[in-house]
Design a protein around this ligand. Structure first.
Ligand code: AHG
Ligand code: MN
Ligand code: MN
Length: 340
């Protein structure tokens, strides 16, 4: 018997209010999907799962990339509860409609990135799954039902497939982390009430984009790099896993700030609006970060208050220790007011 509380027991004890029954059922499906994805990741190359594209092996069998496998697992498992009325996946352009037979109680929308950091798969570095749950106004959700700001989320979480598999969750009442015991095939509460340190000396950003950033981000990073000899009067450390889930998890455990800012690169002739997607990357992670005492901003706006205008829209992301996010926001507002 584990001395830790199982996630099943924890949810039974802690879910309260109008969504308690439905969330319990939906989270049970999310938990199952994450366990199955963890197994697919563990098998890796042995199961022929490592490709970055859907391809055929020498026997002519279809080999699927892990992000396709993870997507299929998530879509299939999360129709079981009957509460999910519509889904949105990073891997699929349109809204995923749910068959009437699977919508017994369907009043919720599930948004997800089935495999975050998938460029890390072939090099055997941590990846994750991110999800967010919204309430729908009807059983056949329209685009407007999906385009709700992050403040409307009733639950968000991520699975990290790292040195151990973990599930980290919030339902708006703090953040709790659970570790998968692969013998028992159960997640156990190992990280209760996770809190982000207010101050930090660690930042995460893809430095190769430095020349494309706007001035406030360049200034922030310059000051970190100047360390004890500069205005910040302390040395900083840097990490970049290229997997947002791993990055945010590290920040929940030991503080820090994660940034994927807007840059001056263009894509298809369009100016960049950041890399990360609002609905299933930035919003759920911002909900978790805020619930753990941190902050999350685009530099100009609180991420959770951004009104979405498209399902797969991108936003600049700065999240983590509150004092560092506040500093970045101040640098952005100074630039804005000096221009006006
Ligand atoms: P995904 O694998 O779901 O497309 O997301 C990858 C994201 C994010 O997890 C990570 O922080 C970032 O892309 C890495 O970007 P770079 O390759 O530009 O470093
Ligand atoms: Mn992602
Ligand atoms: Mn992904």
């Amino acid at each position: 018997m584990s001395k830790h509380t199982s996630i099943t027991e924890f949810l039974k004890q802690h879910l309260q209010g109008e969504h308690a029954i439905s969330l319990n059922a939906m989270l049970s499906d999310v938990i199952d999907s994450c366990k199955k994805i963890a197994v697919a990741i563990d098998k890796g190359a042995i199961a022929g799962n490592m490709g970055s594209l859907v391809s055929e092996n020498v026997q002519g069998e279809v080999q699927k990339a892990l992000d396709v496998i993870a997507d299929e697992i998530f879509i299939t498992c999360n129709q079981q509860s009957g509460y999910v009325a519509g889904m949105l996946s990073e891997e699929i352009d349109d809204i995923i409609e749910i068959a009437e037979t699977h919508k017994k109680n369907g009043q919720y929308i599930l948004l997800f990135d089935p495999l975050d950091g998938s460029s890390n798969v072939n090099v055997n570095i941590s990846v994750g799954t991110i999800f967010s749950i919204l309430k729908s106004t009807n059983k056949n959700p329209t685009l407007a039902d999906f385009l709700q700001p992050g403040t409307s989320q009733i639950c968000a979480g991520y699975a990290l497939y790292g040195t151990s598999a973990m599930l980290v969750l919030t339902t708006g009442n703090g953040v709790n982390g659970f570790t998968l015991d692969t013998d028992a095939n159960e997640f156990y509460l190992t990280h209760p009430n996770m809190q982000i340190a207010v101050n930090t000396q660690e930042f995460a950003i893809n430095m190769s984009n430095y020349r494309f950033w706007h001035e406030p981000v360049q200034r922030y990073i310059d000051e970190c790099l100047q360390g004890a000899e500069g205005d910040r009067k302390k040395d900083f450390n840097m990490r970049w896993v290229a997997s947002m889930v791993a990055e945010v998890h590290r920040i929940l455990v030991r503080g820090g700030i994660f940034m994927y800012p807007i840059d001056t690169k263009t894509k298809n002739g369009q100016p960049s609006s950041g890399k990360l997607r609002l609905m299933y990357e930035a919003n759920p992670m911002s909900f978790i970060v805020e619930q753990a005492g941190g902050a999350a901003s685009t530099g100009l706006l609180r991420i959770l208050e951004v009104q979405p205008s498209a399902l797969h829209q991108r936003v600049p992301v700065m999240m983590g220790s509150k004092s560092e996010v506040d500093r970045l926001v101040a640098y952005h507002s100074r630039t804005r007011s000096s221009k006006s």
